[in-house]
Design a protein around this ligand. Sequence first.
Ligand code: NDP
Length: 353
Amino acid sequence: SKKTVVITGASSGLGLQAAKSLAQQGWQVIMACRDFQKAEKAAKEVGMDPENYQVIHCDLASKQSVRNFVQTFRTMYNSLDALVCNAAVYFPNTHKEGVILPGLFPGGGPRWSAEGHEMSFAANYLGHFLLCKLLLEDLKKSSFSAPRCVILGTVTATVNGAGLGGMIPPLAHVGNFEGLEKGMKAPVTMLDGGAFDGAKAYKDSKVCDVMLMKELHKRYHKETGIVFTSLYPGCIAETNLFREHYPLFQNLFPAFHKTVTKAYVSQEEAGQRLAACVADERYGTSGSYYSWEGEAGTGGGGGREAVQNTEKDLDWFMNYGSFRTLSIDEIGGEAADDQRCSKLWELSEKLVA
Ligand code: NDP
C-alpha cells in the first residue's frame, strides 16, 4: 500500500509544491488545510491526481480543529508514515499603523486564535505542538522502518550562525518564556512578555518550532524510531507568506534575494527539498537541521562565487552549494538551550490540556 504523509498548509507555496512532488513519487498526501476550496483548487492547478491526495480540514489556530482533524484522519487511515509541519502565518509591521504612505504598514495590532493566543504563536507553533503529540501514536504504527516528522524552521530563527537572515531586526527573542508562563493571553502577546511586534512574533514562533523538533527527538526518537528533523528551504520570496507586506517590499524582495543574499529559491525547487526531507534516505538523521540557501546551480548563498552548473540537482548542493546539515548539538541561537526547550514543552502541554 501507499505511504501516507500529512502536510499542514498544503494549499499554497512550499506545502503545495512538496505535496505535488510527494504525490508524484507515489505517496498518498493528506493536505491538512484551513480553506478546503482553496486547497482543492490549488491541487488541481498544479496538476495533482485526485487518486493521490485528500484534503482534510484543519485550522491550526484552534485546538478543537486540530483534534477533529486527527479523529477524521483515523477514520480513514490506520497509520501514518510522515508528518510535515509546514503551515505558517506572518504579519509584518502589524504593530505600526500606515505612516508616510497610506497602507505602507498594515497596522491593526495582534490577531487572536480561537483560544485567545497571539496568532503567529498559535498557528505556527502551538497547533503543530498539539498535532505532533496526537499523531505520534499514528506514526508509531507506521510499517515504514523510520517514519518521519519534519518541522519547518527558518534562517531568521538564528539557529544557523552562518545565516545572514538571522541578523536582520527585529531579532528573534523568546527570552525565558516570561509571556508563555503568564499563559500567552491578552494583554500578553509575546513569548518574552515584551511589546507586540508581528515580524518578531513570526521569528519567535519559528524558534519554538525548532525547539519542538529537538524536544521530540530527545523524548521519542530512541523509543519509537521516528526521525525528527527541521529544515530551512531557502528564501522562497514569492509565496503568500509575504502577502501582508507592503507592495514595494513584495516587488523588491525576490530581486534582493536573487542578487544580494543569493538565497532565492523557486517554489518548485523548495518543494523538492522539503519532499527530500520526507522521502530521501539521505535526510534521515533524527535531530538534524538541514539548511539550504539559493537555487542549485547558482552558487547561491554566503556571497559565494557563481558556479557553472546547469543541472538542478540536490546532490550538487550537498557537496558544493551553501547546503549545511546542523547536527542537534550544532543548532544555535536560543534553540541551543536544552533547558529552555524542555520548559517550552512543559508550558505548551498546559496550554493544550
Ligand atoms: P504560504 O503563505 O504560501 O503558505 C502557508 C500555508 O499555511 C498556507 O497553506 C496557509 O493556508 C497555511 N496556514 C496558515 N495559517 C493556517 C492555520 N491556522 N491553519 C492551517 N493552515 C494555515 O507560505 P510558505 O509556503 O512560504 O511557507 C511555508 C513554510 O515555510 C512556513 O513554515 C514558513 O515559515 C517556512 N519558510 C518559508 C520561507 C520563505 O521564504 N517563503 C523561508 C523559510 C521558511 P491558506 O492558503 O489558507 O492561507
